[in-house]
Write a protein that binds this ligand. Structure first.
Ligand code: PA5
Length: 325
């Protein structure tokens, strides 16, 4: 457990772990046979699996090997020959442990990404590489460690085409603390002040940021939200939102065409009870994703602190973890 203020301070200081994790990912040595990989699988739950969602979207947009994300204990049947990142911050998540060992038995090139725990012990026992990541006050607060380690490792192996300049810019953006804090405060105030069911809406390539925002709000702020993307929501959810009249929409706007126009048009048709636009800042898709993720973390913790809640404990998640053990 950490003091409430420290939890917020940890999020604010994301630039440091991001930079160190990227360097560690670039330097991670993989066995020579791993270079034969022709697909990438990421096994991980919650805050750990989230890193895989981002890489899948980035690989689709920038180019690279297809990335498939598994949020259960079952790797895909075709996992043989794939580079498999088993990501668990604690190293003790049952689904991820099972996914890793099954993928290994089926012929996947497994890498464990973790602070330690049973995952690191298993990996060392069977002889697969372990990328040890820095500690954080909670797995979700360690998003930069997990994401940038994977990104660095994929870059070093030549399996994702994100330019180095974009990575550098995204880490530098995490130095803009004053602006991030001001925007997070504004978002937290809107969350406190508005009523109705909450939807986080993003354009398709940025959907992982909407999902992460939803999960940060759930875990840190103990708030219920849904995550949706355009154009898909325009083919289903829009009908219900427009009719309900009590939908609050948090719009994640990358300021990028044709997405921004489509996003605002969809939000207009939804006739929301209240609308907040969070601008995803940055000069590249990667930076905009990182900015949105940072904002979600800071705003969710800010909301909790202002509401007198402790953002760190997740006692119901812990109860569920005992169920799957
Ligand atoms: O962010 C959290 O605290 C959770 O979503 C965890 O990431 C999730 O329970 C999985 O645990 P771990 O990341 O340790 O594998």
């Amino acid at each position: 457990a950490v003091a409430r203020g420290e939890f917020y301070g940890y999020y604010l200081g994301w630039a440091g772990p991001a930079r160190r994790a990227y360097a560690a990912g670039l330097a991670l040595e993989l066995p020579s046979g791993y270079s034969r990989a022709d697909c990438v699988v990421v096994c991980g739950m919650g805050g750990s699996g989230a890193a895989g969602d981002y890489l899948a979207a980035l690989s689709a947009a920038y180019g690279g090997l297809p990335v498939y994300v598994v949020k259960s204990a079952e790797p895909p049947r075709w996992v043989r020959g794939c580079l498999v990142y088993a990501v668990s911050f604690s190293g003790n998540t049952r689904e991820t442990l099972n996914c890793a060992s099954r993928a290994y038995r089926l012929g996947g090139y497994v890498v464990a990404v973790t602070t330690g725990g049973r995952l690191a012990a298993w990996a060392r026992r069977v002889g697969v590489p372990v990328a040890v990541v820095e500690e954080a006050p909670a797995p979700r607060a360690g998003w930069p460690q997990l994401f940038y380690t994977l990104l660095g490792s994929l870059k070093a192996a030549g399996l994702i085409q994100v330019p180095g300049g974009h990575v550098e810019e995204s880490i530098q953006l995490l130095g803009e603390r004053e602006r991030a804090e001001a925007e997070a405060r504004e978002l937290a105030e809107w969350l406190q002040g508005s009523r109705g069911s909450l939807v986080v809406l993003a354009p398709e390539p940025y959907y992982p940021v909407a999902v992460r925002t939803r999960s940060e709000l759930a875990e840190n702020a103990k708030l219920t939200a849904d995550a949706a993307q355009v154009p898909e929501a325009g083919h289903n959810m829009l009908e219900a939102w427009a009719r309900s009249g009590d939908t609050r929409i948090l719009l994640l706007d990358p300021g990028e065409e044709p997405w921004s126009t489509l996003l605002h048009q969809a939000a207009g048709l939804a006739r929301p009870a209240s609308l907040h636009v969070a601008r995803l800042r940055g000069g590249s898709m990667l930076s905009r994703m990182v900015w949105g993720t940072w904002l979600a973390g800071l705003a969710s913790v800010r909301y909790a602190l202002d509401a007198g809640l402790d953002p760190e404990p997740v006692k119901t998640i812990k109860a569920f973890r005992r169920v799957v053990e």
